[in-house]
Design a protein around this ligand. Structure first.
Ligand SMILES: Nc1ncnc2c1ncn2[C@@H]1O[C@H](COP(=O)(O)OP(=O)(O)OP(=O)(O)O)[C@@H](O)[C@H]1O
Ligand SMILES: [Mg+2]
Length: 251
């Protein structure tokens, strides 16, 4: 039994079946990659995992509890954090200010901050944010405007913001999309470090096969909303069905 169990998930958007009978089991402390061509339903599936979309049928259980119908802060409190396909940081805030936001959120359960508590715990929050910036190797960028960060550093900041909530499951939607090769390699190294040093399960959606094969323990291939194959990276590499799913794309 995995820490994340998806059973019989279906999701339609009008006449389009975005997900058709998806079953997925993600083992605790593993890196599980979900790959597939554009429009395969990867982001839709991820949205179902964080309660953002409610499937028409089926269940999504994290550590024995259903995630369906829960508010985002409840999902965070269950131990799930997510990096979106487009970086979601506040460009007008500094790196440090961004890093402090989820730490507030974790403490209060939501973005409700009480002035008294804020003053009481400010030192702890600053310390926790500084510690995470250290871990992300971004301490020197503390006071930079976040909008001026490179794409790789924006992702790094965002991943740090997720980790500051001490998740047990980290979900990443194409973390290296639009990155230069050097930034991609830095992101791979960062995720390897996280995988090796933390008690964490990672589910990653990714187009870049170099990233997938560098990190994943298991790979699920989605095609037209349905899992086509689930296997080890070694077996996925030569699987003709996978090539077929990607026909017209470089696999
Ligand atoms: N809110 C929505 N309303 C209607 N159709 C949607 C909605 N969200 C996604 N879709 C459709 O569902 C299908 C799956 O989309 P999804 O974004 O999950 O694919 P994806 O695998 O993440 O693709 P990509 O690799 O391009 O990110 C697509 O055909 C998409 O157009
Ligand atoms: Mg997507």
């Amino acid at each position: 039994m995995g820490i994340l169990e998806v059973k019989g998930v279906n999701k339609r958007f009008g006449g389009l079946q975005a997900l058709g009978d998806v079953n997925l089991s993600v083992k605790e402390n593993s890196v599980h990659a979900i790959i597939g061509p554009n429009g395969a339903g990867k982001s839709t599936l991820l949205n179902c995992l964080v309660g953002k979309l409610i499937p028409d049928t089926g269940s999504v259980m994290f550590d024995g509890q259903s995630v369906l119908g829960r508010a985002p802060f409840e999902i965070n409190q269950m131990g799930i954090s997510r990096v979106f396909q487009t970086p979601e940081i506040f460009g007008e805030l500094t790196v440090m200010e961004n890093m402090m936001i989820p730490i507030f959120a974790k403490r209060d359960g939501a973005f409700r901050m009480h002035a008294y508590e804020t003053v009481q715990n400010e030192k702890q929050i600053v310390e926790a944010a500084e510690e995470m910036l250290e871990e992300m190797n971004m301490a020197d960028k503390r006071d930079m405007n976040s909008a001026s960060l490179s794409r790789g550093d924006k992702r790094r900041l965002e991943i740090g913001m997720c980790l500051s909530q001490q998740p047990r499951l980290l979900l990443l939607d194409e973390p290296t999309a639009g990155m230069a090769r050097a930034d991609t390699n830095n992101t791979i190294d960062l995720l390897k470090q996280i995988r090796d040093e933390r008690d964490i399960t990672i589910a990653i959606i990714e187009h870049d096969m170099h990233v997938v094969f560098s990190l994943a323990d298991r790979i699920t291939v989605l095609a037209q909303g349905t899992p086509l194959v689930e296997d080890s990276p070694e077996n996925i590499r030569g699987n003709p069905k996978v090539r077929e799913a990607y026909l017209g794309e470089s696999a």
